[in-house]
Design a binder for this molecule. Structure first.
Ligand code: UTP
Length: 297
């Protein structure tokens, strides 16, 4: 079985839920405290075994590429002024992985974005990590790495799954199937954004996938789905017709930075984990909650 060393990160979307911020700045560069969300995603791919990474961007989102290119003048200044820790941090970003970029000129949806990775993937398995979502693993294995583990056992495509509230299923792709082990299901159903009454359960596809090359054939066979877009979920359903696809209940938490609520919640949680911010921010939050009578004095 081939080792998984490739990852695709779709980052071309308009990000309309985060307008006006995303009018000029790619949503994948939204900060989580002081680090762009995409840097977390690239790091997760690398920690899961990726050596070659393809980032899908669209015209106007070139700032994404600049984040991973050397900033020669800045680095020179940091080094000359003895800011060694910051200098080392910048060097680390430059050398994270072999990152390539491709344009999605027409934003026809996530499925269309992934189809642009066909030449990059060739005959190899490939991780797909959404560029606006951070996955915080509960184990030493990153979430994409948990999918790699399932792939290495079964040799098939795998999608990450997390439980969501029953009244929230219409925001996600919902999967169900036969339980192989407590963490792994062989999928037999997958529905994009079902109404709660039609949903096959409450296990939602969670921003991480691992595909065999079969996904590219499946992507060619689907037509436009929900919202008139080429839906990756529809291609996964198509793939399920020709080869097994597994679902992995991941040990981790999803932070979707692509919505205002997700962005704020993730920043509060990550900031509260930083010792230097914990006390001042914690106190400020408590004061606001008391002021608004949400927390009793
Ligand atoms: P979203 O579903 O959040 O879509 O994409 P979006 O268009 O970016 O955002 P909204 O809904 O308008 O606010 C999930 C990931 O897939 C990428 C996005 O950049 C994001 O990282 N994507 C989406 C593409 O690369 N191409 C697309 O056509 C759509």
């Amino acid at each position: 079985m081939k080792k998984v060393t490739k990852a695709v990160i779709p980052a071309a979307g308009f990000g309309t839920r985060m307008l006006p911020f995303t009018k000029a700045v790619p949503k994948e560069l939204i900060p989580l405290v002081d680090t762009p969300v995409l840097q977390y995603v690239v790091q997760e791919a690398v920690d899961s075994g990726a050596e070659d990474i393809l980032v899908i961007i669209s015209p106007g989102k070139e700032a994404v590429t600049r984040h991973f290119f050397p900033a020669v003048e800045l680095e020179k200044r940091l080094s000359e002024s003895g800011k060694d820790a910051l200098y080392a941090q910048m060097q680390k970003i430059n050398n994270l992985a072999n990152i390539k970029y491709v344009y999605q000129y027409e934003l026809n949806g996530l499925g269309d974005a992934v189809s642009l990775a066909e030449d990059f993937a060739g005959s190899d398995p490939c991780m797909v990590l959404l560029g606006d979502t951070v996955m915080d693993s509960f184990s030493s294995l990153p979430v994409a790495g948990q999918l790699v583990e399932v792939y290495e056992k079964y040799g098939s495509s795998v999608v990450a799954l997390t439980e969501v509230a029953k009244d929230k299923v219409s925001s996600y792709g919902i999967g169900a199937g036969q339980e192989i082990s407590p963490a792994v299901l062989k999928l037999d159903t997958l529905v994009e954004k079902p109404r709660p009454e039609d949903a096959p359960g409450n296990l939602a596809v969670a921003a991480r996938y691992l595909f065999t090359p079969g996904i590219f054939k499946a992507l060619k066979q689907i037509s436009r789905g929900v919202n008139g877009e080429m839906q990756l979920t529809d291609a996964v359903v198509e793939l399920m017709g020709s080869e097994p696809v597994f679902g992995c209940r991941i040990a981790g938490k999803r932070f979707d930075l692509g919505s205002a609520a997700g962005f704020v919640a993730a920043n509060v949680e990550f900031a509260l984990r930083r010792p230097e911010l914990q006390e001042i921010l914690g106190r400020q939050i408590i004061d606001i909650l008391k002021e608004k009578n949400i927390l009793k004095q």
